[in-house]
Design a protein around this ligand. Structure first.
Ligand code: NDP
Length: 342
């Protein structure tokens, strides 16, 4: 049996991820050198941005090049260590190859605290990326305040489900947009959204006008395209538009002409403030955000819905789910078992 397996980035996809984009290969078990540790991967987060790393856009970070292992945000167990900051048995999170085992020097990694009362998958799924992104995007970039009407796209997804709940914690009215009746039901029944709009079946602009007759104060964008246009159409004067993600465009090449937004003129007509952000710029404040988010989770005010796919073999098929809406919660792949007792 192979000592280690990893996904290799083989060939750049033209649009959607293809059968030969990534290949699973057997490799040797790496040995940690001085100052390094060996990580056994447990959960690997599937993030919409992973597709961008395989593309040719000019990004916020270096893309991965063909011939290199695919990477993802990973929670693992330290199983060998020559780095005292990451002792054997510690749970560490950071950017790692999509591999069962990998060696790290600790840069960009943090030891994940054990939070009694939270399951490991839930703690990783909410606290690692989605939670800080939802909190920073809504409160710091969007500057939401009590009484605001907040609209969220991809509202039933990892980030979106949390944005709605954080908006409610702060006394806002939350309107979520998602694909399908089932996801819309979760929005109001599980995540506390006041209203849900099914963009696959309903006229989004018309519904938004009915639900927010005075206009929208904060629009939290995860999708782009027509949904961003719908949002721009119904903003209140001096409203905020948070550009968190544009997932509907991520399967495009750098040279593709992506249309819209057509309602760009409302930046003037409605005096809007539009701001994009990347959560990596906020890592210094992660302990503060994580404490806040974990507190709400333990109080039962913030819930995460997890979607865990089993086994390293599932990684590519799992990633593809994000771009079709097949994921039913914060998507991650379980590469290895949880340590006993966690
Ligand atoms: P999700 O769990 O929300 O999954 C993605 C969802 O997007 C799908 O389930 C689907 O939901 C929706 N979707 C996909 N394609 C389309 C489309 N063409 N039209 C409409 N909806 C679509 O993923 P995340 O929560 O991880 O990511 C959400 C967004 O947040 C992404 O754009 C991502 O890039 C961004 N993000 C940004 C960060 C930052 O630092 N700025 C950090 C983390 C995430 P449905 O079934 O409702 O269609």
């Amino acid at each position: 049996m192979a000592q280690n397996r990893q996904w290799l980035f083989n060939k750049r996809p033209k649009k959607d991820i293809e059968a030969d984009t990534l290949i699973l290969q057997d490799t040797n078990l790496p040995e940690p050198g001085d100052g390094e540790f060996l990580l056994r991967s447990i959960y690997v987060s599937m993030d919409a941005t992973n597709r961008l790393w395989l593309g040719d856009w000019d990004l916020y970070m270096e893309p991965i090049t063909p011939g290199q292992p695919m990477k993802g945000f990973t929670l693992g167990e330290v199983v060998k260590s020559r780095n005292p900051a990451f002792p054997v048995g510690a749970l560490a999170a950071g950017l790692a190859p999509w591999a069962e085992y990998s060696v790290h020097d600790g840069i960009g990694f943090s030891v994940m605290p054990n939070i009694p009362g939270l399951k490991l998958a839930e703690a990783f799924g909410v606290l690692a990326i989605a939670g800080p992104t939802a909190l920073v995007g809504l409160m710091e970039v969007g500057r939401a305040k009590k009484g605001d009407t907040v609209v969220v796209t991809a509202a039933a997804g990892a980030v979106g489900m949390l944005v709605g709940q954080i908006a409610k914690i702060h006394g806002c009215k939350a309107i979520g947009i998602a694909g399908g009746a089932e996801k819309c039901r979760w929005l109001t029944e599980e995540f506390g959204y006041d209203h849900a709009i099914d963009y696959k079946r309903e006229d989004v602009v018309q519904r938004l006008r009915g639900l927010a007759p005075e206009g929208v104060d904060v629009h939290y964008e995860n999708v782009g395209g027509e949904l961003l246009d719908a949002g721009l159409s119904v903003m209140k004067n001096f409203g905020s538009v948070v550009i968190c993600g544009l997932i509907s465009t991520y399967n495009s090449a750098a040279g593709d002409r992506i249309p819209g937004p057509y309602m760009f003129r409302n930046l003037i007509m409605r005096r809007l403030r539009v701001e994009g952000f990347v959560i990596l710029d906020y890592v210094d404040k992660y302990p503060q955000y994580q404490q806040q988010l974990a507190g709400w989770m333990l109080e039962g005010r913030l819930k995460g819905r997890m979607h865990v796919e089993p086994g390293i073999e599932r990684a590519v098929d799992a990633l593809k789910m994000l771009y079709t809406g097949a994921n039913t919660g914060k998507l991650m792949v379980q590469f290895g078992r949880e340590p006993q007792g966690s």
